[in-house]
Design a protein around this ligand. Structure first.
Ligand code: PLP
Length: 487
């Protein structure tokens, strides 16, 4: 642990009840072992592997033992299709409590008028949002035009006409090579099959979001939905500006804050950088920087809340009540002051990591970061993203390759490495540790050479993997994952 160990201790999730959690996990693993030992072994091994790796995957984190343990209960056994107080099954009183508490925490944490906590993942949250917007802006006017209240009251011909309209709408989101996500209207995802999509990119010189170009493209394309949010853009976004553009062209602004929800929750992004007051609908995952269980949620204004509330059965299967319970626990944690300190450290650490690269001569997309992501251009090391990712993994550094704007190596091999600070910050890493991480990554990449013309094969200079592994182990030992938790 480096400077400021008070904050570090306060942010290590579950350190204060580590003994109780250890006893709980020992019992749980003993029970699993008696039924299927291979699963108990894989579960133990996963903790050991996570403890031993320098995890820089920007979309991953370590949820607290409280949130993790909450998922292992009989709440999983209950079917509860529908919504709070309005279920298609009897006996949902306790699920109602769980969903009510989770939604209340989400509303309070993000200052949103309405929260829907059922989505099983980020993709599901986006699907709920898209269909809620389509239901509000296309289906409802279609029904009223036909003079009916329910889709079942439409004639076959009227229904076909409405289906045609629902499937003929426009969506605009950030391009993949600028850092957008597949669920923002790209063909391999269902969203690309549902919508006519046009993407906005970044300025070719600065690699920053160009709001004027975005506005001009939106004026021309006139999307029904303007999507904000990203997976690999290392900068903050001005959501007030996006809302202005959306209003001007009559679009609904939907922001997917899956990646940076923790920075919103932790009040690092406020004002124009906080999407919730500006977007009509905001979606997120709960497991990335927000540090909860794997899942999603949707926040909405009153205008869209009724439609979002019909997410199940519109696009979702029965809610995962045990996961909603864990979301409630994680959201309660995120409302604590310690989470704000954590979120600030995530951003500060990303800056330290970026500075560590810049001072060693590496090039970063956009020249730096002001969120939790650093996007390293590996072309100056003479390797592809794929080669860099593999060489780093050999050395105990877990990252993922990522396209950079106008990527010369395409979406498979890529020319970038995406790095994120949420997970290692949870372990207690500070600015000095991240500077050392930058040094280790530069060491690996400087010692990696492509084999022939291959974009995948590479050679790592002798001794590099061992040297970096040993240095990483020192950092990891000084910042233990789940301190005090012993199986
Ligand atoms: N939206 C964004 C911006 C993401 O980065 C991701 C995941 O990487 C998702 C949605 C999808 O989340 P999930 O994997 O939970 O479906």
């Amino acid at each position: 642990m480096t400077a400021d160990s008070t904050v570090t201790t306060a942010t290590a999730p579950g350190a204060e009840y580590a003994d109780t959690a250890s006893a709980a996990y020992r019992s749980i693993l003993q029970i699993i072992e008696s039924v299927e030992p291979r699963i108990a072994a894989a579960t133990r091994k996963e903790l050991a592997d996570q403890r031993d790796s320098l995890k820089l995957i920007a979309s991953e984190n370590y949820a607290s033992p409280a949130a993790l343990l909450t998922m292992g209960s009989w709440l999983s056994d209950k079917y509860a299709e529908g919504t709070i107080g309005h279920r298609f099954y009897a006996g949902c009183q306790n699920v109602d409590t769980v969903e009510t508490v989770a939604a209340e925490h989400a509303r309070e944490l993000f200052g949103a008028p309405y929260a829907y906590v059922q989505p099983h993942s980020g993709i599901d949250a986006n699907l709920v949002a898209y269909w809620a917007i389509l239901a509000t802006r296309v289906e409802a006017p279609g029904l009223s035009e036909a003079g009916v209240k329910n889709v079942n009251d439409l004639s076959e011909a009227q229904w076909e006409e409405l289906r045609g309209k629902l499937g003929n709408q426009r969506l605009m989101g950030m391009s993949l090579d600028a850092g957008g996500h597949l669920t923002h209207g790209f063909r391999p995802n269902i969203s690309g099959k549902m919508f006519h999509q046009r993407s906005y990119g970044t300025d070719p010189k600065t690699e920053l979001l160009d709001y004027d170009a975005l506005a001009a493209a939106a004026r021309e394309f006139k999307p029904l939905i303007l999507v904000g949010g990203y997976s690999a853009y290392p900068r903050r976004v001005n959501f007030a500006k996006l809302r202005e553009i959306a209003d001007e062209v009559g679009a609904t602004l939907m922001v997917d804050m899956a990646h940076f929800a923790g920075l919103v929750a932790g009040k690092v992004f406020t004002g124009d950088e906080d999407p919730v007051p500006h977007a009509h609908v905001t979606t997120t995952t709960t497991h990335k920087s927000l540090r909860g269980p794997r899942g999603g949620l949707v926040l909405a204004t009153a205008e869209y809340s009724d439609a979002v509330d019909k997410g199940c059965p519109m696009v979702l299967g029965g809610p995962l009540s045990h996961v909603m319970a864990a979301k409630a626990v994680a959201l309660a944690e995120a409302r604590q002051p310690a989470f704000q300190a954590y979120a600030q450290r995530v951003a500060d650490n990303a800056k330290a990591l970026a500075d560590g690269f810049l001072k060693r001569g590496a090039r970063l997309v956009t020249g730096g970061t002001d969120n939790h992501i650093v996007l390293l251009d590996v072309t100056s090391f003479g390797v592809t993203g794929r080669q860099a990712e593999s060489a780093l993994l050999d050395s105990g550094v877990v990252t993922n390759r990522n396209s950079i704007p106008a990527d010369p190596n395409g979406a498979w091999y890529t020319s970038g490495i995406r790095l994120g600070t949420p997970a290692l910050t949870t372990r207690g890493f500070g600015a000095d540790d991240f500077d050392r991480v930058a040094e280790l990554i530069v060491d690996v990449l400087s010692n990696t050479t492509p084999e022939g013309t291959s974009k995948a094969k590479y050679k790592l200079a002798d001794g590099t993997a061992e040297r970096v592994h040993a240095a990483a182990a020192e950092l990891l030992d000084a910042n233990p994952l789940y301190p005090g938790l012993s199986l």
